[in-house]
Design a protein around this ligand. Structure first.
Ligand code: GCO
Ligand code: MG
Length: 411
């Protein structure tokens, strides 16, 4: 089954997406997600200018050889752009292989390990009343696990808090799209001490209002030093979080040793990571409880499955990233893999915009607090190229962040 074409499609139905479409000599088509929020054109160019031509004539069935050829053949190792490009190729080839086999992808990955992949949604609110409404709305939608993000007194805007209760541009209620359409990133202001003073009181109020059972998650979004992260983990222990995410920048994986020594709050790390090497210490020293890398960012099905098999040795589970900037193709691939993984933990799920779903088709089914992938052969993607053309790329960037004294800080 020879690869005849590799087409890169950039479209922006609700937000920017990059999709790779591989077509074989037998006419079988596979799709991969190559979306890297705020750097979409870098991955599109990497695929168009440096990868697509190398794929033509290769056997579509040779997924592992193609992965190694692109990883080692690129010479320059790792990184979000390279690994998103490799992820898109890998995912498209797995889509093709499953279609050729006439089965949904998860069947090729070991079949069902569970009925569906439990998900968590994003509730947010500038203040408690708005936050409580958002939590209730997610409970009504059937979520059994909810991420809680809140405003911070004195700060005009904070990561994770929807600017309004409804996006008004076709998105769903309480959605939160962090990338903003502009020629330059917005700048936000951050005050760690105000945040650390405020967050425990928010979870105290949420537990008082919604009880002890509801699975609550929180994302610190890389903003704390290790000792501040240790303090937050410790102060949140009474509220029994499902996980505390990205508590401190983890390029220095050893920083989590200090955090781990102070708190039993479960830790999730890795949405900005893209290879198994980024987890070597985190996993081998059991410094985390959940691996955040999704199929889209960490070398595809092949890359993430390798990380998760390593993680399984240390009883660490998956917690794949699943915001709106993981496209329905990437979400479908993560759910197919998640359904088969023994050490699946939970899947992040932000409902995509109606325009997005019109272009990509319904790829996952949300019910009973979880997701099931399509039962069609492959990933179950129905990509409408003509409709996609109606949504040209628009520059959009994630915000940047500064401390009160103007120092650049992690956003
Ligand atoms: C999450 C992430 C997102 C990212 C966004 C970047 O936990 O879902 O932190 O909110 O900020 O996906 O593109
Ligand atoms: Mg996050």
């Amino acid at each position: 089954m020879r690869i005849d074409r590799a087409d890169v499609i950039v479209t922006s139905p609700g937000r920017n997406f990059v999709t790779l479409k591989i077509t074989t000599s037998d006419g079988v088509v596979g799709y991969g997600d190559a979306t890297l929020n705020g750097r979409e054109l870098a991955v599109a160019g990497y695929l168009r200018d440096h990868v697509a031509a190398l794929l033509i004539g290769r056997d579509a069935h040779n997924i592992e050889d193609t992965w190694q050829y692109l990883y080692r053949g690129g010479y320059w190792r790792r990184g979000p752009v390279t690994m998103a490009a490799i992820a898109a190729v890998d995912t498209a080839l797995w889509d093709i292989k499953a279609k050729a086999a006439g089965m949904p992808l998860y069947q090729l990955l070991g079949g069902e390990s569970r009925e569906r992949c439990r998900v968590y949604g994003h509730a947010s609110g500038r203040e408690l009343p708005e936050l409580f409404d958002s939590i209730r709305a997610h409970l009504e939608l059937g979520f059994t696990a909810i991420r809680v993000q809140t405003g911070v007194p004195g700060l005009p805007s904070v990561y994770g808090v929807a600017a309004s209760l409804a996006s008004g541009d076709g998105g769903g209620r309480y959605d939160y799209e962090p990338a903003r359409r502009s020629a330059r990133p917005a700048e936000e202001v951050w005050d760690t001490r105000a945040y650390l003073r405020h967050v425990p009181s928010v979870f105290e109020a949420v537990r008082h209002e919604f009880g002890p059972e509801l699975a609550l998650l929180h994302d610190a979004h890389h903003r704390l030093t290790p000792i501040q992260a240790a303090r937050l983990g410790k102060t949140l222990e009474p509220y029994d979080l499902f996980w505390l995410e990205d508590v401190t920048p983890a390029e220095n994986q050893e920083a989590l040793r200090l955090v781990r020594s102070h708190t039993t709050t479960p830790l999730a790390i890795g949405e900005v990571f893209n290879t198994i090497w980024d987890y070597q210490t985190l996993i081998s020293e059991q410094l985390i409880d959940y691996v955040r890398s999704p199929v889209t960012h960490a070398g595809g099905i092949t890359g993430v499955r390798r990380i998760m098999d390593f993680a399984a040795m240390y009883q660490i589970k998956s917690g794949m990233h699943g915001p709106t900037d993981v496209s329905p193709v990437g979400m479908s691939a993560s759910v197919h893999l998640g359904l088969a993984l023994h050490n699946f933990g939970i899947q992040e799920y932000m409902l995509h915009d109606e325009r997005t779903n019109a272009v990509f088709g319904p790829t996952v089914e949300f019910a009973d607090g979880g997701l099931r992938p399509s039962q069609e052969p492959g990933l179950g993607i129905h990509f409408d190229e003509r409709l996609a053309e109606k949504y040209p790329y628009e520059p959009a960037y994630l915000p940047t962040n500064r401390l009160l004294d103007g120092t650049v800080h992690d956003w």
